[in-house]
Design a protein around this ligand. Structure first.
Ligand SMILES: [Zn+2]
Ligand SMILES: [Zn+2]
Length: 161
C-alpha cells in the first residue's frame, strides 16, 4: 500500500514538473526537448515517461499538441486555441498573437455537409533572424555569380545541314 502511494505521488510530481516547465517556454518544444528541460529536476525520468505525460496532459486539455507539417510533434504549454507560424528557414514555430478565428468554422459549415468540430491552420514564413541572414547572404552570392566564369558567348544554335 505504502509503495503504491509513493509511486502515485511520484508520477503526479513528474507530471506537475513537466507542466511547469513547458509553460515557461514559448518555443513549442518536442518531447526530446521537454525531456532535456525537465532532467535537472527529474534526473531519473525516461523519455518514454515524458512522452506519456505530455500525451496525458494534452488529453486533459492542459497543454496542446502542435502538428506542424514534416517535423516532429511539438507541444504547447498554452492550451488556448491559437495559430502558429513555422519558419521555412530554421524550422522554429512561433505563436501568432490573438485567438483562433472561430467564424472560419461557420464559413466551412456553409460550404460543406460536415459537422465542423474545429480547424487547424499553419502559416509558413521566414523569421526575422532568417530574413536578415538571407539578406546578408544574398549580396556576396550575387556578386560572386557575376564575377565568376561566364559561359562562352555563342550565337543562336543553328541546325545546319
Ligand atoms: Zn528562421
Ligand atoms: Zn503556441
Amino acid at each position: 500500500m505504502a509503495m503504491q502511494h509513493h509511486k502515485h505521488s511520484r508520477s503526479t510530481k513528474q507530471r506537475q514538473v513537466i507542466l511547469e516547465e513547458i509553460r515557461k517556454v514559448f518555443t513549442h518544444p518536442t518531447a526530446d526537448e521537454v525531456y532535456e528541460m525537465v532532467r535537472c529536476r527529474l534526473p531519473r525520468i525516461s523519455l518514454g515517461t515524458v512522452y506519456r505525460n505530455l500525451e496525458m496532459l494534452a488529453t486533459h486539455g492542459l497543454i496542446q499538441k502542435v502538428d506542424t507539417s514534416g517535423t516532429q510533434r511539438r507541444f504547447d504549454g498554452n492550451p488556448t486555441p491559437h495559430y502558429h507560424i513555422r519558419c521555412m528557414g530554421c524550422g522554429k514555430v512561433d505563436d501568432i498573437p490573438g485567438k483562433a478565428i472561430h467564424s472560419m468554422d461557420d464559413v466551412v459549415k456553409e460550404l460543406s455537409d460536415y459537422e465542423i468540430l474545429g480547424h487547424r491552420l499553419e502559416f509558413r514564413g521566414l523569421c526575422p533572424q532568417c530574413r536578415s541572414d538571407s539578406r546578408r547572404n544574398r549580396q556576396p552570392f550575387a556578386t560572386g555569380e557575376s564575377d565568376g566564369p561566364q559561359p562562352p558567348a555563342r550565337g543562336p544554335v543553328a541546325t545546319t545541314t
